[in-house]
Design a protein around this ligand. Sequence first.
Ligand code: SF4
Length: 388
Amino acid sequence: MRPIGLYLHIPFCRRKCLYCDFCSFPGRTGDYHRYLEALKQELRQRWNPQWQVATIYIGGGTPTVLPPSALAGLLRVIKTVARVEPQAEVTVEANPGTVDGPGLARLRAAGVNRLSLGAQSGADRFLKVLGRIHTTADVENTVALARRAGFANINLDLIYGLPGETLDDWRQTLRWAIALAPDHLSCYGLQVEPGTPLQAMVRAGRVRLPTDDEVSAMFMANVRILPAAGYEQYEIANFARRPRAGEAADGDYRCRHNLIYWRYQDYLGLGLAAASTVAGRRWVNLSSLEAYLSAVAAGTVPTATVETLTPRQAMAEMLMLGFRLTTGPDPDDFARRWGVPLDQVLGERVQPLLSGGFLQKAAGTYRLTPRGMLLSNQVLANLLAPLL
Ligand code: SF4
């Protein structure tokens, strides 16, 4: 059996947020219905009986704009068609204000054991600037409802570097999030994506973004404040809480699904614009809803592009992803896959990065320091130049 992560994309949202360039749009009930049937069909088309599902991640979009019974039905079909590990991590992304107590209890009963909430900020004025549909009170309420429904593993997504945000504002968001006692926190810097209303607002001078130095200070606040509050950084933007006193010491709240991506393991993405990488072959699905539905209905796989990576490209990707982890890329896995030691591939280029304080050597591998993480794009472009 080959372990695989399964991602299912639900491209529907109540309303489009002003910064969003994900494949998501307001949908109608009829769209939901047809789309879910197509997702199930795509799973049947692509499923390989040699796989075993280690993680399921239903993301979007906002999966919880669908009725909980529809998501439960989707999980039922997955477990019928695919072989799913009994202890599989099953995550659903939700936006506060799109779920209620009974809905959360329904998801929990259907086997969802991890809830990822798009909280984004601890101040209502920033949620408004982003065009989010919820308030901070909705986040607080949803966390409480989720705990009551039996969720023992809750993630909050947060974004820093928001228009008008100061370092103090961001620290306040971190304190607010910590007070909600989630099990995991994802903290990403805001990206102004081309073609979004936010980009137009920035260009027109209607909002002011923090400077690069201010954003760097916000990142450094993450790596100081969150570990001090019991959240261990295990990836550039991700923090998992350590087990509390009296709790099983083996509690691990790192996101197993995302670890599959960062460790360069196989994953199958289903649905609109979903990407998959299996045994060095990568494909991306169609991103037009009608084209996707028609392809699946016609019995063809809804692939838009497919590529087979050269060993060099694959090595570079594995290292790009592996360096996101605070443990760095796994040298044994690297040598086993490519038949060449990691040290040999990185060569002399590590020395100036080590002495410059961007990299450190530990446990037979290299890791980015917090300084290296701040400049990870430049550091990795430099380190991996011969492979790129
Ligand atoms: S909820 Fe998420 S996916 Fe939906 S529009 Fe907002 S940012 Fe985009």
